[in-house]
Ligand binder design. Structure first.
Ligand code: FAD
Length: 456
């Protein structure tokens, strides 16, 4: 068994949070070791390469808070990486393009423009729409006071105003209804449900406001793709004497007198067992999973109660490459596309998630190669296209264990249905140009991101 020198910070898992925290500590002169089970660092944000030439990011599509003075920018400045990691803004006139039967809406950054466009679609509801947009802005202002740096005076002033616009516990459709928005307008506004992997009826209005207005204020994509962000953070840790050890799976937490002091890990390449010690151990893996490895009985009843949470739903993904076809000529560009065959998103979600029926799906389309002009070693004339929707873990897990072929067929069936819709509504000839396709379910997430039940 190999023993390693002691680190100031020993971090389990190399998700984005671990890499950012590790980079900040390493820059501050601390010894940082990060242990990652997968062959790539980055967790949900890792990039993988297929057929030696197509690069796909596992889950990240767009990020907010990257503008000058915002959180991401401030952290990158602190790390001296703000000139190296830059971001491209999604189209300000429409960062999310929404399509449902009978209606389309391009969500603009400016709220007054959004009110104008919605009013043009639903002229008899203009005053309701304006009232709703004003309420969203009020809530947004209030919520901003809760994000760091906190200013107590502002908090006292803004938060009651925000709370008066909508009580904390309300779900999104309740607020939509309160402002008498017509069903189709509600659907267009809630169509980025795949960002939450929750249907509107289960989504807190506050969560919706944070995401919707967060992207309105700036939806960004890294100029040199997410892989460069991850690699730069890893590089920063290593330049400052730290280590990010991939293919190193933590199998045991070493506890002395009620405190985790170190971990045992397997080097997945050499199969050697290694021991790592740290003055502080940081867990960037699922807390419930880590606690069960440590022994749930070792935690106080109140912590045990906190650990007794359900896992969130997660997603079906299809990663594709098209050749000799410019997606820009078919309505794609620096934006995401959200599509639903059903105006009732709660019903669409239920059908897919609870009944595993994808015949009338609601899904997202992303086109990462259109989000930046930076060159990358993609084959010439190829563009990347990704599809995402919700899926049920238990169903896919059982299917995979029972009948591997049926599992693959189900994934293919979902992609085929989506491709039929894409051919019907967007690109009549997409199948002729599809040179690569691979599908992933929640069990894929579980395998590669090591998230229990493939949760998001
Ligand atoms: C479908 C989907 C879409 C998303 N889209 C976006 C988006 O567009 N924009 C956005 O900002 N966010 C998005 N997110 C959220 C974002 O990806 C995550 O919030 C973020 O990446 C999570 O980072 P994390 O630091 O919590 O760790 P994780 O990414 O969960 O990383 C945990 C790491 O721990 C490792 N690990 C687990 N067990 C062990 C072990 N025993 N030993 C060693 N290592 C271990 C895993 O392999 C993994 O690398 C999306 C998420 C999903 C699921």
């Amino acid at each position: 068994m190999r023993e390693n020198e002691r680190a100031d910070y020993l971090i389990v898992g190399s998700g984005l949070s671990a890499l950012v925290f590790g980079a900040l500590m390493a820059k501050d002169g601390k010894t940082v070791y990060i242990l990652e089970a997968h062959e790539y660092p980055g967790g949900f944000g890792h990039t993988f390469t297929m057929a030696k030439k197509y690069h796909f990011n596992a889950q990240l599509h767009y990020v907010w808070d990257c503008g000058e003075g915002n959180t991401v920018n401030r952290v990158l400045k602190q790390l001296g990486l703000d000139k190296n990691i830059t971001f491209e803004r999604y189209d300000l006139n429409g960062f999310d393009h929404m399509h449902i039967p009978g209606y389309s809406l391009e969500i603009p950054s400016a709220s007054d423009e959004l009110a104008k466009q919605l009013s043009a679609l639903f002229p008899e509801h203009t005053s309701h729409i304006q009232g709703f947009i004003q309420a969203v802005q009020k809530v947004r202002q209030g919520l901003k006071c809760l994000s760091p740096p906190m200013r107590p005076q502002l908090l006292l002033k803004q938060l009651p105003v925000a709370l008066s616009a909508s009580p904390l516990w309300q779900h999104t459709p309740d607020v939509f209804d309160e402002y008498q928005l017509p069903e189709a307008a509600q659907t267009l506004l809630a169509l980025q449900w795949p960002d939450f992997l929750l249907p509107p009826e289960q989504l807190s209005f506050y969560a919706w406001v944070i995401l919707f207005t967060g992207y309105q204020e700036g939806a960004y994509y890294p100029t040199q793709h997410f892989e460069h962000v991850i690699n730069s953070l890893v590089g920063s840790i290593e330049e400052n004497g730290g280590k990010v050890l991939t293919d190193t799976e933590v199998t045991e937490f070493l506890v002395e007198r009620r405190t985790v002091k170190g971990v045992k890990a397997i080097d997945r390449r050499s199969h050697e067992t290694c021991v790592f010690w740290g003055d502080r151990i940081i867990c960037n893996i699922d807390p419930k999973k880590a606690a069960s490895m440590i022994g749930l009985h070792k935690f106080s009843p109140s912590v045990q109660r906190k650990l007794d949470y359900d896992y969130s739903p997660s997603n079906f993904m299809a990663y594709c490459a098209v050749k000799d076809l410019d997606l820009r000529e078919y309505g794609f560009g620096p934006w995401n596309t959200f599509h639903s065959e059903d105006v009732d998103l709660n019903a669409a979600f239920k059908r897919m998630y609870e009944e595993n029926d994808f015949s009338r799906p609601s899904f997202a389309i992303t086109t990462p190669t259109l989000l930046t002009t930076a060159k990358r070693d993609y084959p010439e004339d190829c563009q990347i296209l990704e599809f995402l929707t919700v899926a049920n873990y238990r169903y896919f897990d059982e299917l995979q264990k029972r009948d591997r072929k049926a599992y693959n067929r189900k994934k293919e069936e979902i992609l085929e249905t989506i491709l039929n819709i894409v051919e019907r509504d967007y690109m009549p000839n997409i199948r002729e140009h599809l040179v690569f396709r691979i599908t992933g379910s929640l069990t894929t997430n579980e395998r590669f991101c090591r998230c229990p039940q493939g949760n998001s």
